[in-house]
Write a protein of this length. Structure first.
Length: 222
């Protein structure tokens, strides 16, 4: 039994999970998550209940990098929930938005649970194949959460929305481009077969560290 337990977890692919979680923590501490929030605010923050949309969209973007619901709710929810509380959103509503929004990272690749499932099948289901299968359900789940959050926001008059000038929207987009490129690098590399999920996770850690230290960290201290 001890031998089977030891050999069962002796898998190179499992290294992807702690690496992706570490990348998510680097994103939260290094200012990357904040740039994704700012970018999402430009796209959907103008509508009633806009902060709820921002919360959900950012969790979807965050999940496309970290693959971890825990990392998403700590990094994104840790910033968005106090902000929503400050803007007059109900505390129960804020928690109810943040928690399921973070779980979109379990569907949108690179999902950690999908990596475990691929290993549990003995390689019968490839990581790339199950990642591709999770993209559409993850997006549909995120859109469904937005619809429900929007209906509740309108009924309870949560948030009036903020409209950003066109110039500021462009600036926020370009500031977020390096963070968005991380999604392209991770998912594009895995789905195209350039590197494995484990290699992608290591690249995500290095890229997130470089962004945090040399690109975003100085301005995040302002």
């Amino acid at each position: 039994v001890a031998y089977k337990i030891a050999t069962g977890i002796d898998s190179f692919a499992l290294l992807a999970i702690p690496f992706f979680i570490l990348a998510g923590q680097l994103m939260g501490q290094g200012g990357i998550a904040r740039r994704l929030i700012d970018f999402a605010n430009v796209l959907v923050g103008r509508y009633p209940g806009g902060l709820a949309y921002v919360n959900i969209m950012t969790c979807m973007l965050f999940g496309a990098i970290s693959g971890s619901a825990v990392a998403a709710v700590s990094s994104v929810g840790g910033f968005m929930i106090p902000l929503m509380n400050k803007e007059g959103y109900d505390r129960d509503f804020n928690a109810s938005v943040s928690i399921p929004a973070a779980t979109t990272g379990l569907l949108i690749p690179p999902s950690n649970v999908m990596i475990v499932y691929s290993l549990a099948t003995g390689g019968a289901v490839s990581v790339a194949a199950i990642f591709m299968a999770g993209i559409l359900p993850g997006i549909v789940m995120g859109l469904g959460l937005m619809i429900v959050a929007g209906v509740i926001s309108v009924r309870k008059n949560y948030g009036k929305g903020v409209t950003f000038p066109f110039k500021e929207g462009i600036v926020r987009f370009f500031v977020a481009v390096p963070a968005l490129l991380l999604i392209v690098i991770v998912l594009g590399g895995i789905l195209s077969g350039i590197f494995t999920a484990t290699e992608a996770s290591a690249i995500a850690v290095i890229y997130a560290l470089l962004l945090s230290v040399f690109v975003y960290r100085p301005s995040s201290l302002e």
